[in-house]
Design a protein around this ligand. Structure first.
Ligand code: AKG
Ligand code: FE2
Length: 290
């Protein structure tokens, strides 16, 4: 894929992002500084920022071709989980929506299945992009997630599938639409529906009961880059309609350096393949300790 006419800069964001519309390269002066101030105001007020057409047309074609070429090696996942990803909280009364498990089907590539020389992996590894994501949120530090499975994912939702409601296990998420559904497949969320110690139960219960009327959604074409606080904003994707899959790249970030996710959660999300890797690794570690 490299060697294309548009891959001339070492930092892949400079090759792929529409820098005329989204001047993320120099955020300290002129139009870059104005753009950043607008993004920060948006993020502060709404808890999300959406950039339609963030990826240049030519680059988007290369990214979606690349994703379509990689997807045949993906696992077909069927995940059953509560919105919190962890075990069911037994202190919650029976019948409470917070005990409800949702089923999510997707063809999904975990980070370790996306080679380092792919365009998408290089976009994710971009310091320019990471710094932009950090500054939009006015954070003193922000790191790409260090989890070998969760850091960067490619998710394909087939027609008739939806992405069940959940909170992410990292704080901050970017969803980049690589191939839109013909219809449906809307990214839908409740911006900042929880904090570390509270949750907007009314809004959450309403969404879990299937009422999306108060949730945020907006039209996003392929190439849209949406930044939101995935760990604190209940979200999912409505049913994909038509006959082509909806494909996204999910880029995750955290304030904590070296953020990794527990084996339990990774096995719940990624199923047998990851369970085998972790079991083998743990057995090897135990063997070495003897
Ligand atoms: O596909 C999307 O836009 C969102 C997917 C998502 O929420 C996730 O992979 O955690
Ligand atoms: Fe998510």
């Amino acid at each position: 894929m490299r060697g294309n006419s548009f891959t001339q800069y070492a930092d892949m964001a400079l090759n792929l992002v529409d820098l005329e519309r989204f001047p993320i390269v120099d955020l300290d002066q002129g139009e870059g500084a104005e753009f950043l101030a607008d993004c920060q105001a948006q993020m502060e007020e709404n808890g999300w920022c959406n950039f339609d057409g963030f990826i240049r047309t030519e680059a988007l074609a290369a990214l979606s071709t690349e994703a379509n070429q990689l997807l045949p090696t993906a696992e077909s996942l069927t995940i059953k989980r509560t919105i919190y990803q962890g075990d069911i909280d037994e202190s919650v009364p029976e019948g409470d929506p917070r005990r409800q498990e949702f089923i999510h089907h997707a063809l999904q590539l975990a980070d370790d299945q996306i080679p380092t020389d792919t365009l998408i992996q290089q976009l994710y590894q971009s310091e320019v992009l990471t710094d932009f994501v950090r500054r939009v949120q006015k954070k003193p530090v922000l790191y790409r997630c260090a989890d070998e499975f969760q850091a960067l994912n490619i998710v394909a939702l087939q027609p008739e599938s939806w992405h069940a409601w959940h909170y992410d296990t990292t704080e901050c998420t970017v969803t980049l639409l690589l191939q839109a559904a013909q219809s449906g497949g809307e990214f839908t969320f409740l911006p900042n529906s929880r904090t570390d110690d509270s949750e907007d139960r009314t809004a959450v219960d309403r969404l879990l009961s299937g009422d999306v009327s108060q949730a945020k959604t907006f039209s996003r074409g392929a190439g849209a880059f949406t930044l939101f606080r995935g760990g604190y904003s209940l979200h999912g994707v409505t049913k994909v309609e038509g006959n082509q899959p909806r494909i996204t790249a999910i880029l995750t970030y955290d304030e904590q350096p070296g953020k990794v996710i527990s084996d339990d959660i990774n096995i719940r999300i990624y199923g047998n393949r990851v369970e085998k890797i972790l079991t083998r690794r743990n057995a090897y570690k135990q063997e070495k300790r003897k």
